[in-house]
Design a protein. Structure first.
Length: 352
């Protein structure tokens, strides 16, 4: 089979280099172009600093950076873009690419709240992919976003509970420094420290969660109305966002019921078998001191889905209150892996 040519934008960054890792020997997509800031144009990937372990795969070492120019990418027959650009840069680049017929899978926040752009998490809202068809009627290509990395971990962990009539949720995150990109926070700020504020993170968690679980009506998404209170906190870990979640339900339940829901949760058929889809997207531990970023950040099978599963632990249920701690890989499930899975779903549904 002829593979689909794709470009990785932001290929020197932590998300970009995770894209490169995940796209080695991918059955559908072939990385044929890379871009970053202007100064990189003409240089080889092998000349760059590896900012994540294995982030400059041998297979792509000889690729040469193109200028960030959609016309050049289109002339190289790039059909798919995986974007790990900062939001201010991504806004115009991604719009231009979609206008030029390229299918964009983005990690940037710039287009997430656009009315016709879905924030796709296939296990939750594969049905929102219909918005991509609507975009394609207006322009040749489309933009599909994935969520902010904390929102992804939270919404994935909510999957088994979705029929429990959640009235209100209170969440507090413990977010790793890689969430801020490379080189991240100055060591003087984050070593031996915890920072109880991440710019604009809490509003993103609240509004993106509603949109992700929303339904499609007249070509737009009607968000699910939930009362969400979020504190987002930076902690001195490298990878893995942990979230403490407190759900208030309309009605009572018990531990065995909730534990059974988590254990028995299976992904929808639309997603099953995609190359980067974890067989069990939501895992459960009853070990008292888990999950921990050091041990649980790369969960997921098969091999290609490592880092794509989230894990729930510390479950406590008291009548209408359900509490737990969840952990997800912010760079894989919360970023590059999420976009690759979205592209695989779009390919399965013949949008690419
Ligand atoms: N880190 C996470 O956990 C995470 C999770 C979800 C979403 N995201 C989002 O993903 C995007 C990338 O994040 P990151 O963590 O990978 O950031 P990063 O490590 O700082 O990488 C940023 C990338 O963008 C490139 N870039 C910067 N300015 C540019 C410009 N003017 N023109 C072209 N390229 C430019 C950089 O290239 P140079 O090296 O040449 O400057 C680099 O390749 C951001 O929008 C972020 O919010 C990140």
């Amino acid at each position: 089979m002829n593979k689909i040519n794709c470009a990785v934008l932001g290929a020197t960054g932590v998300v970009g280099q995770h894209f490169l890792k995940l796209l080695v020997a991918h059955p559908t997509f072939e990385v044929t172009a890379i871009c970053a800031s202007d100064a990189r144009a003409g240089k080889k990937l092998s000349e760059m600093k590896e900012v994540v372990p294995g982030g400059i795969p041998q297979e792509f070492a000889d690729l040469v950076f193109d200028p960030m120019d959609v016309d050049i990418l289109a002339s190289k027959n790039v059909q798919v873009i995986f974007s790990g650009l900062p939001a201010d840069v991504a806004r115009d680049v991604e719009s231009n690419a979609a206008q030029n017929g390229i299918k964009v899978f983005s990690n940037a926040g710039s287009h997430r709240m656009d009315a016709d752009v879905p924030i796709l998490i296939p296990e939750i809202n594969h049905y929102q992919i219909e918005l991509l068809r609507i975009q394609q009627q207006k322009k040749q290509g489309f933009i599909a976003c994935n969520a902010n990395c904390t929102t992804t971990g939270l919404t994935m962990a909510l999957l088994p509970f979705i029929d429990l009539n959640i009235k209100r949720m209170v969440v507090a995150s413990y977010q790793a420094v890689s969430g801020a990109g490379y080189p991240g926070l100055p060591v003087m700020d984050i070593s031996n420290n915890v920072i109880p504020y991440i710019n604009n993170e809490e509003p993103k968690v609240c509004r993106e969660t509603g949109k992700i679980f929303g339904h499609v009506e007249n070509g737009t998404i009607i968000p699910r109305e939930w009362e969400i209170f979020a504190h987002c906190i930076r902690v001195p870990t490298i990878v893995g966002h942990m979230i403490s979640v407190h759900l208030e339900l309309d009605g009572s339940t018990d531990y065995d019921t909730v534990a059974g829901l988590i254990r028995n949760y299976l992904p929808p058929a639309e997603v099953a078998g995609l190359p980067t889809a974890p067989e069990k997207p939501v895992l459960f531990t009853e070990q008292q001191d888990r999950p921990q970023p050091r041990y649980d950040v790369d969960l997921g099978t098969p091999e290609r889905a490592k880092g794509m599963a989230v894990i729930i632990g510390r479950l406590e249920v008291n009548k209408n209150i359900v509490r737990f701690v969840t952990l997800s890989n912010n760079l894989v499930r919360g970023a590059a892996g999420g976009s690759v899975l979205n592209a695989e779903l779009a390919y399965r549904l013949k949008l690419i």
